[in-house]
Design a protein around this ligand. Structure first.
Ligand code: NDP
Ligand code: 8X3
Length: 252
């Protein structure tokens, strides 16, 4: 492979987008450090991908583990060229006043605090080498409000603006920063985690043809393999069966 960036750390590689991204990047010739909480899934991924995947258990809410990450990586894997900030979750679809405080805290801890802290841990190396790329998963929920998105959508709006500000800080460095913001995407555990019930989760995709994790992996691969002088700032993507639905009016 001639691509200058070789080692990619993908957070949340045990399922959904992260799993698909890891497998696709291995096919493209990258080496992948695959992280998440479920060790057996990481081990299975590594077995499937051979020596190109390093399974590394990392809970994004464990700030000490994130801080220790650069030194905790084994020899030969310490230079992380690309960070894919993918781990994240939504919990619940209740109205703001009906939600559980612990759910809000978990979303903020994972989608916001964990994401910024792992970026803080890995960015100095990229800047010192003057080469690197941070790719973060936002969401259309960060731009378009909908009932029940309350804190989840806000965490994704945070990701958008954090990444824009990162781009500003990185001006003059050969380190790229990209947000990919998908809309409705099936084939992952997202809705099951959010709704806690398989039937309800399946119903989210009834009579639709949603995006699939492989579509996200394709997009990550494209932004990553562009020539080093090209920075894709943001991509918003939806399936053709989805569009924004306009403003709501109360007529009661
Ligand atoms: P999945 O639920 O399938 O995967 C989520 C991944 O995040 C899992 O690998 C999970 O690993 C990991 N994760 C969650 N919490 C933690 C934690 N505390 N520490 C470490 N890893 C964690 O969801 P998707 O693949 O669909 O979602 C991936 C990202 O894309 C998320 O950020 C999501 O918000 C975003 N997104 C999803 C969309 C969709 O419709 N599916 C649309 C737009 C954006 P483990 O449980 O093993 O720790
Ligand atoms: C996931 C997409 O519309 O469920 O971020 O919020 S949505």
């Amino acid at each position: 492979m001639t691509h200058p960036l070789k080692t990619v750390l993908v957070t949340g590689a045990t399922a959904g987008f992260g799993h698909a991204i890891a497998l696709r990047l291995v096919k493209e010739g990258f080496r992948v450090i695959a992280t998440g909480r479920r060790k057996e899934r990481l081990d299975a991924l590594a077995a499937q991908a051979g020596g190109a995947v390093l399974p590394f258990v990392l809970d994004m809410t464990d700030l000490e583990a994130i801080k220790a990450l650069p030194d905790a990586l084994p020899e030969g894997w310490q230079q992380v060229d690309v960070l894919v900030n993918n781990a994240g979750l939504a919990l619940g679809l209740e109205k703001a006043w009906q939600t559980k405080p612990a759910d809000w805290e978990q979303m903020i801890a994972t989608n916001v605090t964990g994401l910024v802290e792992i970026t803080r841990a890995l960015l100095p190396g990229m800047v010192a080498r003057n080469a690197g790329h941070v790719i973060s998963l936002g969401s259309t929920a960060g731009t378009y409000p909908y009932p029940g998105a309350n804190v989840y959508g806000a965490t994704k709006a945070f990701v958008d603006q954090f990444m824009r500000n990162l781009r500003s800080d990185l001006l003059g460095k050969q380190v790229r920063a990209t947000t990919i913001a998908p809309g409705l995407c099936g084939g992952s555990e997202f809705s099951q985690v959010r709704l806690g019930d398989k039937d309800k989760a399946d119903a989210v995709y009834d009579n639709t043809k949603p995006l699939l994790p492989e579509d996200i992996a394709e997009t990550v691969t494209w932004v990553l393999k562009l020539p080093p002088h090209v920075n894709i700032n943001e991509i918003e993507m939806m399936p053709t069966c989805q569009a924004s639905a306009g403003l709501a009016v109360d007529r009661t």
